[in-house]
Write a protein that binds this ligand. Structure first.
Ligand SMILES: Nc1nc2c(ncn2[C@@H]2O[C@H](COP(=O)(O)OP(=O)(O)OP(=O)(O)O)[C@@H](O)[C@H]2O)c(=O)[nH]1
Ligand SMILES: [Mg+2]
Length: 341
């Protein structure tokens, strides 16, 4: 089956609905041996084959559900019917659908969670193929030498599924709209999110693979800007906060040159939103980044922010590239430190 290898430019699709229909079992066969000079041949009907299953497997090379968006029905092959001369029908082939790790599978008719595919190569049968029926050969007994009984195959399971992807990125970029999150991702990776000097430029999470020297790499997610009230649905925030939940490390970016208010106020607004959404989010390890250090008076703003804030702030300019190497190394060191814990 063809499935595209995602690039960092692939649009992020986080929910798809599909119908999966497993193959039915083949029918058992009713047949009697017919040979010259053997007037009363015994039963020789073979069994039907089992229907193919539909299987979802977590595939490491995928990071979106994009490839499923255009195809809603997935059918597996039915089992072949049994035949005379005791020939059994072949089983139907399974259909294997690759999904990115982090895909959560729901039965959409009953609203129940079926499985959470977290580990690469983890697989789950989402629709079981029907069982092939027995041929009449199997009904032969001492008292019934010529059975006309046989079984039909049972139908394959059919299900409406909803697949939801919580993106798995190592690092999630959070901050107010216009802080420069997309600019940073485009500097650090091959991803090309849209950048503009108006708020809410980024409407969906965007993934990029960041590569450092020595084959080191991690996945960074650029997330839509957050504003006050995001956790209750203001702006675009809350729909995407659930994606942030699965990132390991947050990079909280503040614009050090805000036209109104201060960097500290901005920082606190966003921190508060994360905490309100869930304590798990509030407690996530994070690095604080002050962006737009190329603008005038940014040094003064940084000093002020630092004085009031009292934790490490990493100054950068996503536009000029200043401080990006240091930021990269600090992100990497933090990820390593978390691995060791
Ligand atoms: N001077 C300066 N401008 C920057 C810097 N980084 C980003 N910008 C500008 O800030 C504006 C917003 O940048 P984006 O990267 O789109 O900001 P964002 O945080 O992704 O914004 P949303 O997607 O709306 O949340 C753009 O006009 C950028 O060119 C920087 O380091 N220095
Ligand atoms: Mg953006």
């Amino acid at each position: 089956m063809k499935h595209e290898v995602p690039t960092t430019r692939t649009m992020f699709v986080d929910e798809v609905k599909i119908t999966v229909i497993a193959g039915g079992g083949g029918h058992g066969c009713m047949s009697f041996r017919r040979e010259k000079f053997i007037p009363h041949g015994g039963p020789d009907g073979g069994d039907g084959g089992n229907g193919g299953n539909i299987i979802l497997v977590a595939d490491d090379s995928l990071n979106t559900l994009h490839h499923l968006a255009g195809k809603h029905h997935w059918r597996a092959e039915r089992g072949i019917h049994g035949m005379g001369k005791k020939r059994h029908g072949r089983c139907g082939e399974d259909v294997v659908i690759p999904v990115p790790p982090g895909t959560i599978i729901f039965d959409n008719d009953h609203g129940i969670l079926l499985r959470d595919l977290t580990d690469p190569n983890q697989r789950v049968v989402v629709a079981k193929g029907g069982t092939g029926g027995k041929g009449n050969t199997r009904f032969r007994t001492a008292t019934n030498q010529a059975p006309r009984d046989f079984e039909k195959g049972t139908p394959g399971q059919e299900r409406n599924l909803r697949l939801e992807l919580k993106l798995i990125a190592d690092v999630g970029l959070v901050g107010k709209p216009n802080a420069g999150k997309s600019t940073l991702l485009s500097r650090l990776s091959a991803a090309r999110p849209k950048i503009a000097d108006y708020p809410f430029t980024t409407l969906t999470p965007f993934l990029g693979i960041v590569e450092l020297s020595g084959y080191r790499r991690y996945v960074m997610a650029d997330l839509p800007g957050l504003i006050e009230g995001a956790h209750t649905g203001a702006g675009l925030g809350d729909e995407f906060l659930r994606h942030v939940e699965r990132t390991r490390l947050l990079v909280h970016m503040v614009d050090i040159s805000p036209v109104t208010g201060s960097a500290l106020e901005d920082y606190e607004t966003i921190s508060n939103e994360l905490e309100q959404y869930s304590s798990q989010l509030g407690d996530k390890p994070k690095l604080i980044v002050a962006n737009k250090m190329d603008l005038t008076e940014s040094e003064e703003h940084l000093a002020e922010f630092g004085k009031e804030f009292g934790a490490e702030i990493i100054p950068i300019s996503a536009v000029t590239g200043k401080g990006l190497d240091t930021l990269q190394e600090k992100i990497w060191a933090k990820l390593q430190e978390m691995d060791r814990e």
